[in-house]
Ligand binder design. Sequence first.
Ligand code: AMP
Length: 210
Amino acid sequence: MRLILLGAPGAGKGTQAEILSEKLNIPTISTGNILRAAIKNGTEIGLKAKEYIDSGKLVPDDVIIGIIKERLAKEDCDNGYILDGVPRTIAQAKAMEDMGIKLDKVVLINCKDDTIIDRMSGRRVCSTCGRPYHIKSNPPKKEGKCDCGGDLSTRSDDKKEIVEQRLRNYHLETEPLVEFYKDRGLLVTAENKHTIPETTVEIERVLGIK
Ligand code: AMP
């Protein structure tokens, strides 16, 4: 199955992608995680991406398209994948079509801006494996530590003013993808529910896999 999870930053794409990956036995491709790893490793892409990420801006399309082309060519993508946080612009979506990528579904996770701003302040992410947590709704087994043993930290772009900037970008640049995929008959919408398992059930329902 080839899926895109679409939604505002903090709507729960990363968390739900991890759960679905495990259930469907296909990898999650998160451009955010790939970029954070590149920054950590000091690669050329990381150096380029850092200032955009830290200021809440989108990384230029050509950088993202290059990353996705290389990643989707790997063998583990042969039986499908879940794209988390990509595409984020019409140009990226069109580039993916030009690469011959055939999608099964695009799931929009609908979440109100107020809920997102509230939620982002409690978000923590593993600096080793990238797994997201929330101090209240999805805590790790041991405080400050990922279940893989890595250290948890707050993302530098989860500060309130940066989150607001990221939400503005979402409405301006990413939300047009809702119509784009609706026109192609690929869009399904899952409402963000109160808990993570309830949202997973909702996603499985709209995907028709439960
Ligand atoms: P995420 O972890 O998906 O929230 O991504 C974190 C940041 O990485 C975003 O705010 C952007 O600066 C950058 N980023 C990740 N994916 C993309 C993308 N597909 N297009 C442009 N920028 C991206």
